[in-house]
Design a protein. Sequence first.
Length: 271
Amino acid sequence: MPPRVLYVSDLVYKAGGRRYGDEDIQLSARLRRDFDIALCHPLDAARLMGAFDLVVVRNSGPVLHYQEQYDAFRERARAAGVRVYNPLDGRADMLGKRYLAELSAAGYPVIPTAGRPEDLGRLPEARTYVVKPLAGADSIGMEFVPGDRLADIAFDEALVQPRIAFRYEVSFYFVDRDFQYALYAPDPERRWELQRYEAGATDLEFARRFIDWNTLDHGIQRVDACRAPDGELLLVELEDLNPYLSLGLVEPETREAFAVRMTASLRELLR
């Protein structure tokens, strides 16, 4: 009998430039070749998960919209020993944005980030700064402020970065520690109008530094970066909770290879 998988998705969530429902309907249909799949809304996951061998959290939307229920899901899954994919021990966006300040202080190639008032002096001067909520997602709550307003920032709720006039954004997609494909947005103003990106050895070395830092043995991760004016890649975020995959934009053979690798990853986690 195939393993029973509870596939968590908010199929009707309206995400700018993305079609959550389309991606999850197609991917879950492909996974049915190897698993018994049932789809459910994120708010139903905690109630239903006990009847399944594995819970796969996919395009479930920003959890800040249902933070209390999500926290309860995590707590109940851990207490009951429920297998969750991605596993719940991610160190990046799964826990909020604080990791960006930690990586910046440790010298990783990240957009310079201040997580405390005393760190503001380490940021390069800029005309405008970006204030990101620690619990932000989908750019919700993000602000652009001038330097003279930085003293008003509540650092227990947010972090600060200089606004960078980057050349483009690029995303690298991984299953476990294996690179799958990369996509980029040539126009910085059109984040989700993506094209195929041919990642070179230096690009992949950059992306793998963050995959290695996160220490997740299983799961899907998306490394989002920007190409700075000097040509350096800088991390924007490491999405390890429910990264949108833009699978509809890649060629069929790449989409199939991704599904095959994800299937293998799920089977390894079940063992």
